[in-house]
Design a protein around this ligand. Structure first.
Ligand SMILES: [Zn+2]
Length: 114
Protein backbone atom coordinates (compact mmCIF):
# COMPACT_ATOMS: atom_id res chain seq x y z
CA UNK A 1 0.00 0.00 0.00
CA UNK A 2 2.67 2.44 1.03
CA UNK A 3 4.68 0.71 -1.65
CA UNK A 4 2.42 2.15 -4.30
CA UNK A 5 3.42 5.66 -3.43
CA UNK A 6 7.12 4.91 -3.43
CA UNK A 7 6.98 3.34 -6.86
CA UNK A 8 4.67 6.05 -8.17
CA UNK A 9 4.79 6.45 -11.89
CA UNK A 10 5.64 9.77 -13.34
CA UNK A 11 5.04 10.89 -16.86
CA UNK A 12 8.42 12.53 -16.92
CA UNK A 13 11.34 10.43 -18.05
CA UNK A 14 15.02 10.77 -18.65
CA UNK A 15 15.91 12.88 -21.70
CA UNK A 16 12.52 14.63 -21.76
CA UNK A 17 12.45 18.37 -22.34
CA UNK A 18 10.75 20.00 -19.39
CA UNK A 19 9.95 23.50 -18.19
CA UNK A 20 10.27 24.59 -14.59
CA UNK A 21 6.95 26.10 -13.53
CA UNK A 22 7.81 27.36 -10.07
CA UNK A 23 10.76 28.38 -7.98
CA UNK A 24 13.96 30.17 -8.83
CA UNK A 25 14.33 28.71 -12.31
CA UNK A 26 10.71 29.22 -13.32
CA UNK A 27 10.26 29.53 -17.07
CA UNK A 28 13.50 27.78 -17.93
CA UNK A 29 13.64 24.64 -19.96
CA UNK A 30 16.10 21.80 -19.84
CA UNK A 31 16.67 18.14 -20.42
CA UNK A 32 15.94 15.62 -17.70
CA UNK A 33 19.14 13.90 -16.66
CA UNK A 34 17.72 11.70 -13.93
CA UNK A 35 14.39 10.88 -12.32
CA UNK A 36 14.65 10.16 -8.61
CA UNK A 37 11.44 8.19 -8.53
CA UNK A 38 11.50 7.26 -4.86
CA UNK A 39 12.02 10.89 -3.85
CA UNK A 40 9.71 12.42 -6.45
CA UNK A 41 12.47 14.58 -7.82
CA UNK A 42 14.17 15.22 -11.11
CA UNK A 43 17.61 16.48 -12.07
CA UNK A 44 17.60 18.80 -15.06
CA UNK A 45 20.67 19.64 -17.07
CA UNK A 46 22.15 23.02 -16.09
CA UNK A 47 19.13 24.01 -13.98
CA UNK A 48 18.85 24.57 -10.24
CA UNK A 49 22.62 24.82 -9.98
CA UNK A 50 24.26 24.80 -6.59
CA UNK A 51 27.84 25.30 -5.51
CA UNK A 52 29.54 22.25 -4.14
CA UNK A 53 32.75 22.49 -2.23
CA UNK A 54 34.78 19.41 -2.87
CA UNK A 55 38.06 18.23 -1.50
CA UNK A 56 40.99 17.53 -3.76
CA UNK A 57 41.32 13.87 -4.65
CA UNK A 58 44.52 13.74 -6.62
CA UNK A 59 45.33 15.21 -10.00
CA UNK A 60 42.14 14.03 -11.69
CA UNK A 61 39.88 15.92 -9.24
CA UNK A 62 41.61 19.01 -7.95
CA UNK A 63 38.69 19.98 -5.72
CA UNK A 64 37.43 23.48 -5.17
CA UNK A 65 34.00 24.89 -5.85
CA UNK A 66 32.04 23.16 -8.58
CA UNK A 67 28.59 23.86 -9.97
CA UNK A 68 26.27 20.93 -9.72
CA UNK A 69 22.63 20.32 -10.55
CA UNK A 70 20.39 19.91 -7.52
CA UNK A 71 17.22 17.83 -7.80
CA UNK A 72 13.93 19.70 -8.27
CA UNK A 73 10.56 18.54 -7.05
CA UNK A 74 8.88 16.73 -9.91
CA UNK A 75 5.68 18.71 -9.32
CA UNK A 76 7.54 21.89 -10.20
CA UNK A 77 8.30 20.82 -13.74
CA UNK A 78 6.09 20.12 -16.73
CA UNK A 79 6.77 18.43 -20.04
CA UNK A 80 7.68 21.04 -22.62
CA UNK A 81 6.08 20.50 -26.01
CA UNK A 82 8.24 21.90 -28.79
CA UNK A 83 5.33 22.03 -31.19
CA UNK A 84 3.18 24.07 -28.78
CA UNK A 85 6.26 25.92 -27.52
CA UNK A 86 4.70 25.67 -24.07
CA UNK A 87 4.64 23.49 -20.96
CA UNK A 88 1.80 21.03 -21.42
CA UNK A 89 -0.04 18.24 -19.72
CA UNK A 90 0.65 14.79 -20.99
CA UNK A 91 -1.85 12.11 -21.83
CA UNK A 92 -1.40 8.43 -22.48
CA UNK A 93 -2.53 7.06 -25.79
CA UNK A 94 -2.90 3.36 -26.49
CA UNK A 95 -2.03 2.14 -29.94
CA UNK A 96 -3.87 -0.64 -31.76
CA UNK A 97 -1.19 -3.12 -30.77
CA UNK A 98 -1.71 -2.26 -27.09
CA UNK A 99 1.48 -0.28 -26.67
CA UNK A 100 1.12 3.01 -24.88
CA UNK A 101 2.75 6.28 -25.70
CA UNK A 102 2.72 9.74 -24.20
CA UNK A 103 1.15 12.56 -26.12
CA UNK A 104 0.75 16.29 -25.68
CA UNK A 105 -2.77 17.00 -24.47
CA UNK A 106 -2.83 20.22 -26.41
CA UNK A 107 -1.64 19.28 -29.90
CA UNK A 108 -1.54 15.48 -29.77
CA UNK A 109 2.13 15.32 -30.64
CA UNK A 110 3.98 12.27 -29.32
CA UNK A 111 6.25 13.05 -26.38
CA UNK A 112 9.63 11.37 -26.10
CA UNK A 113 10.42 8.15 -27.88
CA UNK A 114 8.76 5.51 -25.73
ZN1 LIG B 1 1.91 20.13 -28.05
Amino acid sequence: MAQAKRTAKYKIKKNDMVMVVSGRDRGKTGKVMRVLRERGRVVIERLNMVKRHSKARGAASPGGIVDKEAPLDISNVMIFCERCNAPVRVGIKAADDGSKSRVCRRCGEAIGND
